[in-house]
Design a protein around this ligand. Structure first.
Ligand code: GDP
Ligand code: MG
Length: 597
């Protein structure tokens, strides 16, 4: 299609404001999908995404629309992930389109992720069309929300479209605005091929599928392409578009968005943001700002049943095929046996992978405490990145540690502001800003990432009864008093329970952990000291007293079968324990002790 009749756009919104529902309505009202094939949330394909109502991988759909002026347009929608963990994917996919629909729930108003996502759109120079959704609800207040968009975001909302993605009201106006207000893409058909790699994923039949936006030139089936980041060359065996099911076509021209397959084996061989060109007579001019996304949160994943280690390896390898931002390496723990140290983009990413292993592969997991990457400086000036507290070098060699910090933006109704400030303060936060948007406060804090990865988001939700919204970005590393806290059970250190903590909080954390462990570990025939220690110094201690009587003593030595049954039961109970030195520690202790209430 001619460039003038193409519109490429994304939808930016806070979670639950109606992005997926609006996409469904746009697809349905243009008969892109026959009514009988329509199912809710067309673009959210994975089960977990549907359940949690989030879209993780960017999805795309090509819509044919005959406008009220009688002309035919091709509209390409890229649905971007709506969560902070995937900020890099959001910013890349924004660069593949020229405009955005800014969807705001008119019963709620602007939220933290509305801001974060609209800033990506503004950075990508988008034309932005505000859409006020959920006008069918009695609590809808379009005037207030339009004013808020102008005050807080600073874009004109006088012509905001009033929509109900549920009833379909305002959908034609939305399609017309896409055609009338968003700019057509630009690009030169005769120039060397320059395409952006927007996303990629693994398909068990077709191998890796690559989503591309053509900037200049034409890409055809059968051609040889080259990735500028690593000069790898591939033969294109298929080209197509999503309607939203995959539809093969012959070529993609400037301004178009579609997919290619080229017998690429792993998602790892494709990098989001990379530039694709022809092998011969290609461009050398890479698209700006390419950087591979890096994991920031690490934890150990171990099978509850150690016999399932190979199954876990298999599951992790399969998941990694489709997710280049997830890293893993084998890890052995004296307490937990064989497992994997895995790296994630954030906590949600961690939870999604863990859930998928448990659900899709049916493997019960022990997850060790999430840890961030610390910079450990040696006295000789050299630095290592510490991904696992178990690898902390000898203290006599260490000069100081730095930890990653984030800039967190929280929007919260006035009445909960005090609780939010207290929470941020408790987590070693430094207040950067506090402003008002209507009856909502916007607070900006500089916080240590490690105080956020534990349970910050859950705490925030609970102190604000779910009314706060939260978003963050990494801002760099800073020195602080950080130490490794070890847990000793019966005088033996248990590696899987060690954590990095701030020195001033170590006693509190240590006490909480030993108290919990005392309740979780069953009594033995002997006394068991449970201690938290920094270096050689014990900072908290509990003692689990010895079991006084043999469980079989109650049987009066009489009934032999009853006695055997009891012993069998005891043995079965032991199976779910891991022996550590002379002490049996139940599996659940590893999970529970690390949870901070
Ligand atoms: P997303 O997280 O932005 O993709 O939001 P969804 O599209 O999943 O919508 C979140 C919830 O709001 C769902 O329960 C939708 O059914 C509901 N919803 C979306 N649009 C409307 C609307 O216009 N009116 C009403 N009443 N509910 C809506
Ligand atoms: Mg959604």
């Amino acid at each position: 299609s001619p460039l003038s009749h193409i519109r490429n756009f994304s939808i930016v919104a806070h979670i639950d404001h109606g992005k997926s529902t609006l996409a469904d309505r746009l697809i349905q009202s243009t008969n892109t999908v026959a009514d009988r094939d329509m199912k809710e949330q067309m673009l959210d394909s994975m089960d977990i995404e549907r359940e949690r109502g989030i879209t993780i991988k960017a999805q795309t759909v090509r819509i044919n629309y005959t406008a009220l002026n009688g002309e035919d347009y091709v509209l390409n929608l890229i649905d971007t992930p709506g969560h902070v963990d995937f900020a890099y994917e959001v910013s890349r996919s924004m660069r593949a389109v020229e405009g955005s629909l800014l969807v705001v729930d008119s019963t709620q108003g602007v939220e933290a992720q509305t801001l974060a996502n609209v800033y990506h759109a503004i950075e990508a120079d988008h034309e932005i069309v505000p859409v006020l959704n959920k006008i069918d609800l009695p609590a809808s207040d379009c005037d207030r929300v339009a004013e808020q968009i102008e005050d807080v975001i600073g874009i004109d909302a006088t012509e905001a479209i009033q929509v109900s993605a549920k009833t379909g009201q305002g959908i034609t106006e939305t399609l017309e605005a896409i055609v009338q207000k968003l700019p057509a893409p630009t690009g030169m058909r005769d120039a060397p091929l320059k395409a952006m790699l927007v996303d990629s994923w693994y398909d068990s039949y077709l191998g890796v599928i690559v989503l591309v936006r053509i900037m200049d030139g034409v890409l055809k089936k059968g051609e040889r392409i080259r990735m500028l980041s690593n000069n790898s060359v591939h033969h294109v065996d298929r080209i197509g578009v999503f309607r939203p099911e995959m539809t093969v076509i012959d070529a993609l021209g400037p301004g178009e968005i579609g997919f290619l397959t080229a017998s690429i084996k792993q998602v790892r061989d494709t990098r989001v943001g990379d530039t694709i060109t022809h092998e011969k007579k290609g461009t050398e001019d890479a698209l700006p700002g390419f950087k591979p996304s890096q994991p920031v949160v690490f934890c150990g994943l171990f099978p509850v049943d150690s016999a399932e280690f190979e199954d876990l390896r298999d599951a992790i390898e399969k998941l990694a095929l489709n997710d280049a931002s997830f890293s893993y390496e084998m890890e052995t723990s004296a307490a937990l046996g064989f497992g994997f140290r895995c790296g994630f983009l954030g906590l949600l990413h961690l939870e999604v992978i863990r859930d998928r292993i448990e659900r899709e592969y049916n493997i019960e997991l022990i997850t060790t405490a999430p840890s961030v990457i610390y910079h450990v400086y040696h006295k000789d000036g050299s630095m290592i990145e510490l991904h696992n507290p178990a690898d902390m070098p000898d203290l006599t060699l260490v000069s100081h540690l730095e930890e990653p910090r984030i800039k967190a933006t929280i929007l919260v109704p006035d009445e909960y502001l005090g609780d939010v400030l207290k929470l941020c303060q408790d987590r070693r936060g430094i207040q950067l800003d506090l402003t008002y948007a209507g009856s909502r406060a916007m607070v900006v804090y500089d916080l240590p990432l490690n105080e956020v990865v534990f349970d910050f988001y859950d705490r925030l939700k609970s102190v604000t009864k779910g009314y706060a919204s939260f978003d963050y970005q990494m801002i760099g590393y800073r020195e602080d008093k950080l130490v490794k806290m070890s847990i000793l059970v019966n005088d033996e250190p248990v590696d899987a329970l060690s954590t990095m903590v701030h020195r001033d909080r170590a006693e509190m954390r240590g006490r909480a952990m030993v108290e919990k462990l005392k309740d979780l570990i069953p009594r033995h025939m002997f006394k068991i000291p449970i201690q938290a220690a920094i270096g050689g110094k014990v900072i908290a201690r509990e003692t689990l007293s010895a079991m006084r009587k043999d469980v079989t003593a109650k049987c009066y030595g009489g009934d032999a079968t009853r006695k055997r049954k009891l012993l069998d039961k005891q043995k079965a109970g032991k199976k779910k324990m891991r022996r550590f030195g002379k002490v049996d520690i139940p599996q659940e202790a590893f999970i529970s002790a690390l949870k901070m209430d």
